[in-house]
Design a protein around this ligand. Structure first.
Ligand SMILES: Cc1cc2nc3c(=O)[nH]c(=O)nc-3n(C[C@H](O)[C@H](O)[C@H](O)COP(=O)(O)O)c2cc1C
Length: 230
């Protein structure tokens, strides 16, 4: 599709890049099943991590750190934390919703060959506080933006990523030796997978539906009319 552009506007990237970007965004998936045990080459992991490190950050603070976990003891601690948190979460549902919850596979901590913990140094001096004096959560938001880069880079490399958040944060802190001032932001299960599904697992399982774009883009105020024609 060609839009009309002002004469002096910076050019769009070549059409192949445009198509590729939208393809990758559409094909990205959270993957939790059918990981292959094969180790990922370090060069491939480095490319994916470099994509993450190219992410935006408030004040250029780059608050992230990626902890590459190969120790089986650490994996076992995280898996045990998941089991406890998942059992507690399951107890909050009843009836059909509880049965559906119980059928979901919500972690690949014991299957994926690589686990990456991503942390945020929430009060880092780097960035000199720019952009977070009145809004400190911006540090963690920056790390999440980096993770999205990682997720997309992994997809284009044919590598699955599953984000596990059903964990006790203190267990994660203990397992990883996080000092004060460093927050755990994500635990990612990473590896080659047998397939990437065309739609989210939670949608396929009937847990939740994807909203339409018109539901989430509005004009002027939170309750404003939809901005998108469908
Ligand atoms: C912050 C965050 C935390 C998530 N935590 C979990 C999790 O603990 N377990 C899980 O199965 N999926 C988790 N997911 C994956 C979501 O369920 C998934 O992104 C969503 O269902 C949409 O599917 P898709 O990513 O394949 O498009 C998480 C995703 C995000 C962004």
């Amino acid at each position: 599709m060609h839009d009309t552009r002002p004469d002096h506007a910076a050019p769009a990237m070549p059409q192949g890049s445009i198509d590729a970007l939208y393809d990758v965004v559409g094909a990205r998936r959270d993957v939790r099943r059918e990981f292959l045990p094969d180790a990922l080459p370090r060069a491939l992991l480095t490319r994916i991590l470099n994509a993450a490190h190219m992410g935006p950050s408030v004040g250029l603070m780059q608050p992230w750190r990626f902890i590459m976990i190969s120790d089986e003891g650490t994996r076992a601690k995280l898996a045990a934390s998941f089991e406890a948190a998942n059992a507690a979460a399951m107890g909050t549902y009843s009836g059909e919703r509880a049965a559906t919850y119980a059928s979901l596979k919500l972690s690949a901590l014991q299957d994926a060959p690589t686990l990456i913990a991503v942390t945020t140094e929430v009060d880092a001096k780097r960035g000199h506080g720019l952009g977070r004096a009145s809004w400190p959560e911006m540090a963690q938001f920056s790390t999440v933006a980096a993770i999205q880069n990682l997720w997309l880079a992994a997809r284009v490399e044919g590598v699955g990523v599953g984000w596990v958040s059903i964990l006790d944060k203190d267990d994660v802190r203990d397992a990883l030796g996080l000092p004060d001032g460093v927050a755990p932001t994500a635990i990612l299960c990473v590896g080659y997978v047998k397939r990437f599904e065309p739609r989210p697992d939670l949608e396929a399982a009937g847990w939740e539906e994807r909203l339409s774009l018109a539901d989430v883009v509005v004009a002027e105020t939170y309750d404003g009319p939809s901005y998108v024609d469908e």
